[in-house]
Design a protein around this ligand. Sequence first.
Ligand SMILES: *[C@@H]1O[C@H](CO)[C@@H](O)[C@H](O)[C@H]1NC(C)=O
Length: 301
Amino acid sequence: MPPRQLFFTCVLTIISLTSAEYSFTLYKSSIPAGTTNLDQLDPALPTYIIVHGWHQDSTNPGLLQMKNAYLSLAPANVVIFNWAPDSLTINYFGAAAAVLPAGKVLGHKIATLSSTLKINIKITKLIGFSLGAHVAGVAGKIFKYVTKTQLEHIVGLEAPIVGFVINTNRLNIHDAKFVLAFHTSIFGKIENYGHVDVYFNYNLLGWGLFQPNCPANPGLNVPAVFNNGWCNHVRSVAYWIESITNNHFWAVRCNCWFKQWNLCKDSGVLIGHGMNSTLRGAFCLKTTGVNPFGKGYAGIC
Ligand SMILES: *[C@@H]1O[C@H](CO)[C@@H](O)[C@H](O)[C@H]1NC(C)=O
């Protein structure tokens, strides 16, 4: 690289590092291409705030698919929180360290949007995938600290355990009135951490660790190096999307960690988007390995 070009590359890199900011993109049926102008939020509509994970940004195909699923369901504000300046690194622990600052920004933003009546907090839900689940959790802690009230609803899709064994900046049951956790891989925290924890599919090691038909999982951003495990991990996003538009995920109460369950014995409950948020406990179910994944009642036998 010629010296002059190298100089400008360095300067631009420093500028981009120091001026990098998190951002929000709002989608509505009337704004299909998205806007960063949050004044366009309609407080009469439910608001879904989607938070991406490590090695992802707000253009992640899976999360855009989730956005489309919400918009196809009913009029809504769908906001994708972009913390890519810190997530788009191969250094997982660097990204994990940004969960705190990213969650703080998100929590303060939600508190402001709520107090200025841009959103109705009673019908606002956060959905976070992987490290994004912990970002949503921190946002819940900040929101509680600022407003002295709790967020209504956080969905944690595969909140990871790596880097969060003693790190308390993680999603937990106190971060919202209802915390729902999906478990699909060994990357996710294996123990319960929500009001409802859902463990998908069984193998000899237990529930919620391996998904059928992985590693093949086209359509979601897969860093090649993580193909196999990543497939199980991102399958949580595919299940969530399917539950929005076509919920056939019936599950039964179980103690999945100790491999005790009542498949075929209990009557099932529907889990996923639109589920009854008065439910409590751990639930298990089986799915198919291809879209559509939900098996209906067959998933609990
Ligand atoms: C949710 O479950 C509770 C407890 O079983 C029940 O009383 C309530 O009617 C249910 N709500 C809906 C919307 O089904």
